[in-house]
Design a protein around this ligand. Structure first.
Ligand code: SF4
Ligand code: SF4
Length: 370
């Protein structure tokens, strides 16, 4: 059974720096890194305009903790498939600075792991449908890694936690395409008002407006899901083929995690899930969506499966506020399955099950409250 360390937020908790120090000390990660080692801190700096991403103070506390050992931490992420301000390393570094991340604020350099245009990677063989995974160079070449994830719901994966952060976030575009390619969006015509927002955002020119409705050209669509996130009328959804497409995508994601982790020695990767600002959309979104769940706290573990399972269980133990289309808010009581409320069509657990089958971790865990 894997241990998952937990700091619960509440009136008794003093501040984020002290809290992070306490959590990191409990993990004893400083005993696992040595002088001169390159330590990637893998995180998402937020899309330009997003305010729900992990705060710079949290990253800075991790940087200081690692530097005390004489190791060389750097913050990192990869470029995106979709349009927005993270599609090239130049865009992304500017966005990171706007969102508060720079060497001045976090105390370590920021390196975009897959290069200027998402083409820098090391290919590793994997036991699955994809057969190999393109691990972003700066991650493949690092000696150790801290996977710092904002835990929230996600339009394609159901949940965005440690496993998603490694699967999609540590791979170059080649593997991002391979994962997304099995799922495609569909337009719900009765909801579409023909505003054209999705067409303007689609980086692959796959959407046109025909007779006042969005139409997707599946020869061009790569399945990135940007149109699902951008539509303000909930008129685009992922088409999961009765679950078959979702299952394939989630299994491929587990294969990607396997590939990324194969570039590290055992015990060199620490996972931290921040359970605050839990929204329906991920940090790639720019809408000012209100959080659905009260802030919970921060988790840390050496097992990415256990930490994601613990995060889901904690979310389900809390109440939620579900904004409805008519402007009312539905109260969802503690104990009710929140994934069934927010993403009933996504079999999110397949990623955890497949990761467990591949020996990446286990869903059974022991919560250690500190
Ligand atoms: S953004 Fe939504 S409502 Fe607007 S055209 Fe696209 S699908 Fe239709
Ligand atoms: S149509 Fe396809 S490629 Fe374009 S934004 Fe939607 S999912 Fe991405």
């Amino acid at each position: 059974m894997s241990e998952v360390y937990f700091v619960k937020f509440g009136r008794h908790v003093s501040n984020i720096v002290e809290t992070m120090r306490r959590l990191l000390k409990a993990t004893k990660y400083d005993e696992r890194v040595t002088q001169g080692e390159l330590v990637a801190i893998k995180m998402h700096f937020g899309e330009r305009g997003n305010i729900r991403h992990v705060r710079p103070q949290i990253a800075r506390t991790i940087v200081e903790f690692i530097k005390k050992k004489g190791a060389l931490p750097f913050l990192t992420d990869t470029t995106t498939l979709y349009s927005g301000f993270r599609r090239t390393a130049v865009d992304y570094l500017e966005t990171a600075a706007i969102n508060g991340f720079s060497i001045g604020t976090v105390g370590a350099p920021i390196i975009i792991a897959d290069g200027l245009l998402g083409r820098d990677y090391k290919e590793v063989k994997t036991p699955g449908e994809m057969g190999s995974v393109a691990v972003a160079s700066a991650i493949a070449e690092a000696d150790a890694m801290v996977v710092l994830s904002h835990f929230k719901f996600h339009v394609s994966f159901g949940i965005g936690g440690a496993l998603k952060n490694v699967a999609m976030g540590c791979c170059a575009r080649k593997t991002k395409f391979d994962m997304h390619a099995v799922a495609k969006p569909e337009v719900i015509e009765e909801r579409c008002v023909g505003c054209g927002l999705c067409a303007r955002h689609c980086a692959y020119n796959a959407i046109s407006i025909v007779n006042g409705k969005a139409r997707i050209d599946y020869n061009k669509c790569v399945g990135c899901g940007d149109c699902v996130a951008i539509c303000r009328f909930h008129a685009v959804r992922m088409h999961w083929g009765g679950g078959e497409h979702a299952e394939r995508m989630l299994k491929r994601a587990a294969e990607a995690v396997y590939g990324v982790l194969s570039t590290f020695e055992e015990g060199k990767v620490l996972y931290i899930n921040v359970l605050t600002d839990i929204t329906r959309l991920c940090d790639c979104a720019t809408s000012l969506e209100t959080p659905l769940i009260p802030d919970i706290g921060i988790l840390a573990s050496y097992d990415p499966v256990a930490i994601d399972q613990a995060s889901v269980d904690l979310v389900n133990s809390m109440p939620a506020y579900n904004p409805k289309k008519d402007g009312t808010i539905e109260y969802v009581p503690p104990g009710q399955d929140k994934l069934k409320v927010f993403y009933p069509e996504i079999p999110w657990w397949i990623l955890l099950e497949e990761a467990e089958r591949l020996g990446i971790g286990q869903r059974k865990y022991k919560l250690v409250t500190i």
